[in-house]
Design a protein around this ligand. Sequence first.
Ligand SMILES: [Zn+2]
Length: 247
Amino acid sequence: MALSERNLSTLRYGDANIVYSVRVNPARHERIAIHVHPDGAVEVEAPEDASEEAIRKAVMKRARWVVQHVTDARKRFEHVLPRQYVSGEQALYLGRRYMLKVVQVPKAERSIKLKRGLLIVASDSIDRSALRARIRAWYRLRARDYFAGRIEAISKALPWVQEPPPFRLLDMKRQWGSCATAGSVTLNPFLVKAPREAIDYVITHELCHLREHNHSPEFFRLLTRSMPGWEAIKSRLDHSAEIILND
Ligand SMILES: [Zn+2]
């Protein structure tokens, strides 16, 4: 599941090239909807019977609006401040907000733990790059454990999944996860910052790809059967992408 996977098309509008992906939504019956995601990715949601021409026309008709929103989104995305890794900063874990507390300790006493709303990082070196590396490693470790448990639980509930597929973690800038045709799942370790339901959604999405390898209407029917209401969860997740992917 990516912020911008799928077939991409380009439409010229003045000096701007609008690159957009198309998602066929069988539950959609009337008009074509255009979404601009927080990172500026444009997604067109179309009913099953919409022709390519109709989709192009719909994008052209709203081109001004799309270009404006893409420009705004990119500006906002650029202005998410880089983390400093100092006490008082916010840290996310499973959708909850914690406050970072940095404590300097001898090397033998290094630790990272969550305690009463705090993410306490006890470290010998407290410079930004050392803390960044340690916190990233901690998220990765947590992600590995948590995702493994959820993949196992969700696999059991999906009849076409015989056994939980192998998975790996990969730092990705624009993607939450992916599924190889051979059946292995790749997940973004930072997804562990997102709410539990969002993590379940991404895993369910990838497990649906074990049966439907593309984003066909059958795929979305399967996804909706497996997780009714996923659209709202996906939308919330994509809207917090700039915060979650900022490290
Ligand atoms: Zn997908």
